[in-house]
Structure formats: C-alpha cells, structure tokens
Write a protein that binds this ligand. Sequence first.
Ligand SMILES: Nc1ncnc2c1ncn2[C@@H]1O[C@H](COP(=O)(O)OP(=O)(O)OP(=O)(O)O)[C@@H](O)[C@H]1O
Ligand SMILES: [Mg+2]
Length: 313
Amino acid sequence: MTLAIETISLTRRFGSVTAVSGLNLSVQSGEIFGFLGPNGAGKTTTIRMLCGLLLPSQGTARVAGLDVARHAEDVKRCVGYMPQRFSLYGDLTVEENLDFFAGVYRLAGQERRRRVTATLDRVGLADRRRVLTDHLSGGLKQRLALGCALVHSPTILFLDEPTAGADPPSRQRIWDLLYEAAADACTILVTTHYVEEAERCQTIGFMHQGRLVSSGSPEQCKAEMAEALLEVDAMPVMQAAAVARGLDGVTGVSIYGHTLRVFAKTTTHLRHQLQEALTAQAVAVKSIRAVPPTLEDVFMSLTRGASESEGVR
Ligand SMILES: Nc1ncnc2c1ncn2[C@@H]1O[C@H](COP(=O)(O)OP(=O)(O)OP(=O)(O)O)[C@@H](O)[C@H]1O
Ligand SMILES: [Mg+2]
C-alpha cells in the first residue's frame, strides 16, 4: 500500500495560536479517511496546508508524493478541494461554475467541455445547468461544490464538511458520489461532525487541540477508548444524572432520552455505588449495565478535556 498523504510533525501557528501541533498523519492510497474533531481542533487548517493553500510553520507534508511547501502549485493541480464555506459564484449558472473551476485546474478546449458535461451528469445537475447558483437549495449547492472539486478527476479529494446542514437524502447522495469516486481509485479525506458518517470511513483520525489523539478503523477507535461506560435507565433522568455526576471516578455523563451514559476510568465498583446512590435519592433504577462505546461516546471521551474547561460535564 502506498501513502497518498503523509505528514511529519506538521505544525501551523497563527500568532500565539497553534492551530496544528506536531501532526503525524498517514492516509493510504484509495481509502476514505474521516477527519474528526471538535470545532477549532485544526482540521480545516490541516486541509489547507495539504492542498498547498497555506504554508506550514514547521514539519513536512507529502501529498501524492509531493512536498506541499516546495511544490504547492503541482499539489493544487492534482487534488480536489471542497472548502468548508462555499467557494461557488452565486451569480454564475451551475454550468458556468463547473466551467470556471475546470479552467482553474487548467483544462481547456474539448477536454474541458467533455469534463464539464460529464460532471453535470455525475452529480445529477444536468437539468439545472442553466440555473443561477444562488437559486439552488443548500443540498444542491453542496453537490455542485463537490462537482467543482471533481471536475478535473483528481487522485486525492479533500472535503471539508461536505454535508454540513444537509438533510438525510442529500447526505446520502453526497456519500454515493464519494463511494463512486473511491471506486475510481480516488483517495478521500473528509471532515464531518456526523458520527454516523464517520462509521462509513475505513480509517478515522480524531484531532483535538491541534493534535491527533486517536486513529484507526472505527472499530479500533471504539476498542481503544480510555474510559469505561455504563448505561443507566433510571427515572427521573435529570436527577439520576446529577447523582451520577457527583460520584468519585465519574468523568462524564451524557443524557439520551430516558437513559444516561456514564463514563469512568473504571466501572468495577461504580455500578454498585451508583445503584446505592440513586436508590438513596429515591431515583427509580430500571437497569445499570456495562455497554460497548459508540463512536459518539469515543468523540465525547476524547474531547472531554475541552468540554470540562467550558464548564460542561
Ligand atoms: N487565518 C487564521 N488566523 C488566525 N487564527 C486562525 C486562522 N485559521 C484558523 N485559526 C485558528 O486555528 C484554530 C483551528 O481552526 P480550524 O478552522 O483549523 O479548526 P476546525 O477543526 O476546522 O474547526 P471547525 O470544526 O469549527 O471547522 C482555531 O483556534 C482558529 O481560531
Ligand atoms: Mg473547519
């Protein structure tokens, strides 16, 4: 397996803020890599460095075998980039936007026309080719933006929250297009805040405060979660949460409907302590059981440090 993306101690500072700190990342050719992390973790900054749009402060990154600092222009040509905020021109039609981006990627003549037409079909916007981009719904704009990133058939695709705010069918359409691109041997690095989308990736990397804090398959990341987890079914749930939060060793409590997910370094004695404390407070306990973590639990666990500093637990 060859590496499509490799970073060594990649670092980017903005004044006193270190947005990306000593990042070591490896993405295999042909895989869909999910890039996760809370707001401000450094995902967009990393992507912009990998696309040759932002110089690293320190460290190196190779994309498709090219050093991003020394060969930024070559990198820009062989990758596709769908930015977090739309880069589409609202006063151009769908087709004109695709044609514009084809030009940016230096396609010309017949090849340019052929790629624009093929991309219109590919993203399902052929019948809207003459519609002004400003008049498209959010989901269709996302599909067009993906088309603009795909128009030159890149070997590596960077997608920064391509489905943010989209409804489930629109998200499915985007993912169908990503699977299609992956089947054509395109490597995809995609950021998302939707954990169910992270489950669709072969490999995921969690960033937190500029660092990569966990990576591997979704199953590996779940198996390696540092904390243990109890699921508690108790009534009233808010009171149960307050009791759980007050117990020694409890590192976090999340409420889901009428159940709690209680995180702790170890749950060996906690189950018993929790049962006693809840009963003492007249909370009706239906069940307390150790459960395997979901990816959302892993996300909560890995970002706990930041949440605590914001006063949430
Ligand atoms: N151009 C810039 N100038 C100054 N600070 C910046 C700049 N770009 C990003 N930052 C800072 O770098 C940190 C990382 O930001 P970044 O946008 O990379 O995070 P992110 O993981 O993409 O977050 P989100 O999930 O909200 O998109 C933040 O603290 C942000 O404020
Ligand atoms: Mg971002």
